[in-house]
Design a protein around this ligand. Sequence first.
Ligand code: DOR
Length: 444
Amino acid sequence: MQEAFDLLIRQGRAVTPAGVVETDIGVRAGRIAGLGDLSAARSAETLDARRLLVLPGVIDSQVHLREPGLEHKEDLETGTAAAALGGVTAVFEMPNTKPATTDPGALEDKLRRARGRVWCDVAFLVGASRENADRLVEYERLPGCAGIKVFMGSSTGSLLVEDDETLERVLRSGVRRVAVHAEDEPRLRERRTLAESRHEPAAHPDWRDEETALRATRRLLALAATTSRPVHVLHVTTAGEVLLLAEHKDLASMEVTPQHLTFAAPECYERLGSRAQMNPPIRGEEHRAALWHAVETGIVDVIGSDHAPHTLEEKARPYPASPSGMPGVQTMLPVMLEHVAAGRLRLERLVDLLCAGPARVYGVAGKGRIAVGYDADLVLVDPRIERTIEDAMVRSRCGWTPFAGMPVRGWPVATIVRGHLVMRDDELLGEPAGRPVRFLGCPA
Ligand code: DOR
């Protein structure tokens, strides 16, 4: 009998576990159902992917979508619209909203808000605190929960686990990998006057210096070893942490962001001012080089955007009252494709960092690779498109990007979420139909 699909993506160059191959991709009931030469198959819909690359949909495992409580910067609809336009098919949302996501009620509220309003699949992290530390073992298994997030240093919002005793309780409560913002709060407090005495964002990496990051990561790794709990160090920024993390691959995975790979101090602060301000900070060239070395040598597991929108009005407050964070979910893939075009990493490595990596680190069920049986989350990329990133193309409510003015080669031209075409040529299509991401070993 002739095979029948709902959607057939014809003759693209797909990045699969078997390498980059020209293949058709047959989709049935939201999943990849056939690979290879499917020219004899019937299909309700067909997409011509000749001269296009087909990648697994990007999983952006660190985004702040600001709902509830901070919707003047972003919400679930605007943030996931930006994601879909950027080739992202799933996002993991961070808990530092208002209120913070620290209990099952707050998680359920976010899932309810997401229904019918998100353009890609979503999951939410639960924030660890002194109060909920012993209950995280139950919370991490809740449907739609991507895992537990710890802020060791304070950033936007009030979530904080600053002492080793609480951190150890957090690590002992549960089994899934814990995502950690590693900056040492006592040192941040000690050095705060450094930021206050110099009213310029260029002071940011001096206040939140390398030692602040290294100290927290060292403390975290010691406790991860004591408790045998795997951890994931978010947005790593220093050469020292890379060395340390390379010694602990059996315990710790690591993330870097496109902005830490693309920008360097002092130039970024001179050019972008507080738009370049984030936690942990953009640092000097030697640290950027160390992060690239970590990408090349396989130490980095994941690239995440740390999409952290703030309005330009907020950013215009005099430093250090200007908030830390920059948007990035929509630009992550284009910026990284430019790094591929410039020869800084290979496309297969990029796919590992943007798709398979997050799936592996967070234990995602059925996403992150182009393989039969996996969700049909795909992004079609035209490698011939050359564009300059501009504020005007940003769909995030904040309306700006630190990458404005950057010329890039390669652009996402179609985004497919579980077989639904949600973006074509920079336009959103259909209705927002994102669903909660499923995780291995957790109830759906
Ligand atoms: O720069 C940052 N902004 N780093 C964080 O850890 C939080 C984020 C935010 O939510 O604004």
